[in-house]
Design a protein around this ligand. Structure first.
Ligand SMILES: Nc1ncnc2c1ncn2[C@@H]1O[C@H](COP(=O)(O)OP(=O)(O)OP(=O)(O)O)[C@@H](O)[C@H]1O
Length: 522
């Protein structure tokens, strides 16, 4: 399909703060970036857009000195520079907040800041308070990091960067882990920074956010720049097309025909060891085969505990904590491997470490959970089966990688996510529990994942989708329940409720919109 020509962006006047000219990066034969030109001026927020594996993170890592370009030049305030390390990038005035938090959990905010700046935690506490006021980022310097919500942790990461007084800030998917309420406050902060003259390079897959925040967007496809646009002049749909070079597939969602109960949770209460973490309080629900139950809620309200209890990563003590039954038999005491043997599949929230072993090849990562698919016979690995499974997963999910031998850590974030979700889907589970199925995935791939979930439900799987994205839940789920403070609301039929009502339930108003729902059902 040929796309109409791109709109001409309005360039700011004057010398760019940063300019890349013909920058390329190769990993062996793989070309991650090819001949990239990009510039940003003071006070500009520029988005870098592209599908998974398009080369966005690699480009940012070169600007931040984590990696060196294979070719091309970087100019900073008009001078050609070689940025050989993050320390040098910081000296120039470049700060970066990574997609995954880099804070140590067991120490305080000030102690974390002291690891990357001169000064004792005591001395830095004052500076942190001052900066926290100045930038409108509420942070308590002496709070231990483990006690902070994701939104607070991100504020700390951002504040730590700002304490170094950067002129350019790089943010890699800053909103992917944030609840909707924290996103608006982040945007206010970023607009404030912009007014102070700070330039921001902003990577995100959320096109509406880019339209709301960014003055320009540079689009990458297969490592090359395919255009620079003014995002607010484009629809989110058109931005997506420019990014993936074709129309986004529309999903079909036939009516569900739920069968027998495959998972029954009754009166489940779990106390977390950490007194500040939210456990589970008397959670009960049923899941039937051939249906998708969405679990909405702002993160930190017990979703992690629920996911671990359902997967068997945490087993239940024998008495007094409620029960979990799968296919009519109690499974609460069974570990993850035993539940998997009963055909439960599971995608955890933490991809690296829990979902995949970073240093292991994709084919070894396939073996981790799919060994029951005929890949091991009499203790011997059946290499052909393992290879065929891995190749099918790569093809089905359009995983961009150098092949089954690629270590998981070399995949782009979104491509690894697609691989893990695909691997679990290929197990044809009776019960499938998936946390944040499309985290970090581009719009085209997200449509593919959602369609596959709906297809699995058509083939009889009972599916639980734990997600913070209401739009996603409204697209795939047949029923939605909400977690708040460790409690789970009764579920609502998706067809009979609205995102506004679910939004109210997310702040604990479990009875919201009940009358409307009853009326609609009559
Ligand atoms: N250390 C590495 N070794 C080999 N290949 C790599 C390495 N780092 C990145 N790549 C490859 O470079 C390409 C670009 O990856 P990059 O992480 O920059 O993509 P991205 O646009 O940020 O994707 P996503 O949206 O999924 O985060 C991918 O094909 C990836 O597999």
């Amino acid at each position: 399909m040929s796309l109409p020509p791109l709109a001409q962006p309005q360039y700011s006047q004057g010398e760019p703060l940063l300019r890349l000219e013909g920058v390329s990066k190769k990993f062996g034969t793989l070309v991650a970036n090819c001949d990239v030109d990009l510039s940003i001026h003071p006070s500009e927020i520029v988005a870098v857009l592209g599908e998974n594996g398009a080369g966005k993170s690699t480009l940012m890592k070169m600007i931040f000195g984590v990696m060196q370009p294979s070719a091309g030049s970087i100019y900073w305030r008009g001078q050609r520079v070689q940025i050989s390390s993050p320390a040098q990038a910081r000296q120039l005035g470049i700060g970066m907040v990574f997609q995954h938090f880099t804070l140590f959990e067991t120490i305080t905010v000030a102690e974390n800041v002291a690891l990357s700046m001169p000064g004792t935690p005591q001395e830095l506490a004052g500076k942190i308070r001052e900066a926290s006021q100045k930038f409108g980022l509420a942070v308590e310097p002496h709070a231990p990091v483990y006690s902070l919500s994701v939104g607070e942790r991100q504020r700390v990461e951002l504040l730590r960067c700002l304490l170094q007084d950067p002129s350019l800030l790089i943010l890699d998917e800053p909103t992917s882990v944030l609840p909707p309420t924290a996103i608006e406050s982040l945007f206010q902060t970023l607009r404030g920074l912009q007014e102070r003259g700070i330039a921001i390079l902003y990577i995100s897959h959320k096109l509406e956010e880019i339209r709301a925040l960014c003055q320009r967007a540079t689009i990458l496809r297969h490592g090359r720049v395919t255009g620079t646009v003014v995002p607010k002049d484009e629809t989110a749909h058109r931005l997506a097309e420019l990014m993936i070079g074709r129309e986004i597939p529309r999903s079909s969602h036939p009516k569900a025909t739920p069968g027998e109960v495959v998972l029954k949770v009754s009166g489940l209460s779990v106390q977390e060891a950490d007194p500040l973490a939210v456990g589970l309080k008397n959670v009960s629900f049923d899941l039937r085969e051939g249906e998708i139950l969405g679990i909405a809620g702002v993160s930190g309200n017990g979703q992690r505990t629920l996911a671990r209890a359902l997967s068997g990563e945490d087993t239940l003590p024998p008495s007094g904590q409620g029960s979990i039954e799968m296919l009519g038999r109690p499974v609460g005491h069974l570990g993850a491997a035993e539940r998997r043997a009963l055909r439960l599949a599971f995608v955890p929230e933490e991809r690296m470490g829990r979902g995949a072993a970073p240093t292991m090849a994709l084919r070894e990562n396939a073996l981790l959970t799919a060994h029951g698919e005929g890949m091991v016979r009499r203790g011997m690995i059946q290499r052909e089966k393992q290879e065929a499974f891995t190749l099918k997963c790569i093809a089905d999910m359009d995983v961009r990688s150098s092949g089954p031998a690629a270590p998981a850590s070399t995949l782009s974030g979104g491509n690894l996510q697609k691989f893990i979700v695909g691997r679990e889907m290929m197990l044809r589970p009776r019960v499938f529990v998936v946390s944040q199925p499309t985290w970090g995935i581009d719009v085209g791939a997200a449509a593919l994942v959602r369609q596959k979930l709906v297809d699995m439900r058509g083939q009889g799987s009972g599916i639980i989708v734990i997600s913070e994205e209401l739009e996603e839940l409204f697209e795939v789920a047949d029923r939605i329940a909400v977690m708040f403070d460790g409690r789970l609301s009764p579920s609502r039929s998706t067809a009979l409720t609205t995102p506004e009502i679910i939004g109210q339930m997310m702040i604990g108003l479990f009875d919201a919109g009940l009358d409307t729902a009853r009326e609609a059902a009559q």
